[in-house]
Design a protein around this ligand. Structure first.
Ligand code: UTP
Length: 307
């Protein structure tokens, strides 16, 4: 079914406690951890803007003021950089405030991702919207969100992103039961389960942090009680939409885009470190010095290595 409602709004939940990153997250949001010199949350907002989303609502909470400040102007710093003639620096600090029209709402208590999304109901209204988790991002070269928006236009309902993992990894994620469609990279979702035990998972396709939601999700979230971990789970609400008899005309139906590109999960220490190293090896301003240093360093750890 064709969908005439354009998606212009992105909701970025960033109110979680970041317990996997303590003590760094005691007084600082994990979404502000830098990937070299840009905070993760800026890369997420850049991803939304690159997909044509012009209105960004950040769900924030306690200890998250730094995020709000980051997307605002810093006139004092701008004046200092201007006086020094540092035009590149000046552009870089202005860039974050020019990406999109930024809005904020506070989630009083981090009751779960589903609850965070429900906090966006008034701002979003009755239109489909994208959700991008604030602590992971997709490589801008791999354009996942634009593909998801295309799939929403074709099928209506809600769209999730799926990545394939090894069978023993499924229990950390939401996992989908999938049915093929006539597009190689699109599946119909018939069921979803949050963090199943290895062996109980319906597939190896896990839900990753990008969604295009039909506004029907808000009513479902209002009726969704706490699930795994005592949190109100977005996966549980999407499961309801995938399993009801509703069609796309009344907000039901969930499709998945099978994504095989680059995703960086910066919410846990190991993946965060890998992300920083990959970006450093790719950045023209640091790679020429960093890569030879890294090679030498690795060789010094393993004297038997030849290369
Ligand atoms: P996570 O579960 O990865 O975030 O949620 P967390 O709870 O902060 O992480 P740990 O497990 O304690 O380390 C994914 C995204 O959803 C947001 C988080 O900020 C993160 O960007 N979130 C999560 C909320 O906004 N509110 C919540 O109640 C839970």
């Amino acid at each position: 079914m064709a969908d005439s409602q354009a998606v212009t709004k992105a909701v970025i939940p960033a109110a979680g406690l970041g317990t996997r990153f303590v003590p760094a997250t005691k007084a600082m949001p994990k979404e502000m951890l830098p990937i070299i010199d840009r905070p993760t949350i800026q890369l997420v907002v850049e991803e939304a803007a690159a997909a044509g989303l012009t209105d960004v609502l950040l769900i924030t909470g306690r200890e998250k003021t730094a995020i709000v400040d980051h997307f605002d102007r810093n006139i004092e710093l701008e004046e200092i950089l201007e006086a020094k003639g540092d035009l590149a620096g000046l552009d870089s600090i202005r860039a974050s405030s020019l990406l999109a029209s930024m809005h904020y709402v506070r989630q009083g208590q981090p009751l779960g991702l589903g609850h965070a999304v429900l906090c966006a109901a008034d701002h979003v209204g009755d239109a489909p919207f994208a959700v991008l988790l604030g602590d992971d991002f997709i490589d801008v070269r791999d354009a996942l969100l634009p593909r998801m928006l295309e799939v929403r236009r074709r099928y209506g309902g809600s769209i999730i992103a799926l990545m394939e993992v090894e069978p023993e990894e499924v229990s950390a994620y939401g996992v989908a039961t999938i049915k093929p469609t006539d597009s190689d990279d699109v599946v119909a979702i018939t069921d979803l389960v949050e963090k199943p035990a290895v062996g109980d998972a319906p597939s190896n396709w896990i839900v990753v942090g990008r969604y295009v939601c039909d506004p029907a999700i808000f009513d479902v979230l209002r009726r969704t009680g706490p699930g795994k971990g005592g949190e109100i789970q977005l996966t549980d609400a999407l499961r309801t939409l995938a399993r009801t008899d509703r069609g796309p005309g009344d907000g039901g139906g969930v499709h998945g885009v099978l994504f095989r590109g680059r995703r960086y999960d910066t919410g846990n220490k190991l993946e965060y470190l890998k992300t920083v190293i990959q970006f450093a090896c790719d950045r023209p301003d640091v790679a020429p010095e960093f890569v030879p240093w890294l090679r030498g360093y690795l060789a010094s750890l393993d004297p038997d290595a030849t290369g």
